[in-house]
Design a protein around this ligand. Structure first.
Ligand code: F6R
Length: 242
């Protein structure tokens, strides 16, 4: 694991955007694996600025997102499709039909997951997969469990995750209890991983991910076994590290 230290969230976001920009410049038809949540918002803002300045061209890029809430459609403001549209896709010159997010409106979990897996197989392993880190160590929505799941599956969100994500909803009761998520196997088959972590509230879990044993009880710890994993974290997130 390569750890790249940033002073704060702003610097982290600049560094992460430069990392992704280099990928797109070197390979214009890159497949980018994307995440939602607070961690990558600054990164996406910088990518949009680079596009506006004429420094980045997304016309040949394909994207695959990690996850989507079961039951939400792209027009729901809390859906991950809506998040991606507003933070990135509608602000850059990406071909919208090359952006993939699991279909939250599909109630049949088996159908939704196998359709997304089929899509992921077609597109191939992402050149870079961007990840955030949950307080319980989840990546994507792969929550702590007694085993690692290989491909896209439907998960029951943990209480920790529901509590962390309720800030985006009107009330806790509105937070969906299930989500479709890319599996750990798919994430591990990506060519490069970029994990972005910010804030002192993530310091303890980041230490476990990097310095603890590899275990499905801390799903992010599997990244220790990825051959090309970069972590960009700010000083607050790195404050518990030995
Ligand atoms: C989002 C995702 C989640 C988040 C994680 C951290 O697509 O897959 O794993 O990356 O919950 O969320 P934030 O960045 O909001 O702390």
């Amino acid at each position: 694991m390569h750890i790249c230290k940033a002073k704060n969230y702003q610097e982290l976001s600049r560094k992460a955007a430069n990392f992704i920009a280099a990928q797109v410049i070197l390979k214009p038809a890159s497949v980018l694996g994307l995440a939602t949540g607070s961690s990558p918002i600054g990164t996406y803002e910088h990518l949009v600025k680079m596009y506006e300045n004429g420094d980045l061209d997304f016309s040949q890029v394909t994207t695959v997102n990690l996850d989507e809430y079961k039951g939400l459609s792209g027009s729901d403001r809390q859906s991950y499709r809506y998040f991606m549209n507003t933070h990135l896709f509608h602000k850059i010159n990406i071909n919208y039909s090359n952006t993939y997010v699991p279909d939250g409106t599909e109630q049949d979990a088996e159908k939704a997951c196998s359709a997304y897996n089929e899509q992921l197989h077609k597109v191939g392993p992402a050149d870079i997969q961007i990840l955030g880190l949950g307080h319980d160590g989840h990546i994507g929505f792969n929550e702590p469990s007694d085993h690692f799941e290989d491909e896209t599956h439907c998960v029951d969100l943990t209480e920790t995750t529901i509590q962390a994500n309720k800030r985006f909803f009107e009330s806790e009761a509105d937070v969906p209890r299930q989500a479709y998520t890319m599996g750990i196997g798919t994430i591990m088959r990506c060519k490069k991983i970029l994990l972005v972590v910010s804030g002192s509230d993530k310091a303890q879990i980041l230490k476990k991910v990097v310095q603890g044993p590899v275990t499905s009880q801390v799903p992010g710890s599997i990244l220790q076994f990825h051959p090309d994993c970069t972590i960009i974290a700010d000083e607050a997130a790195l404050s518990e590290m030995d």
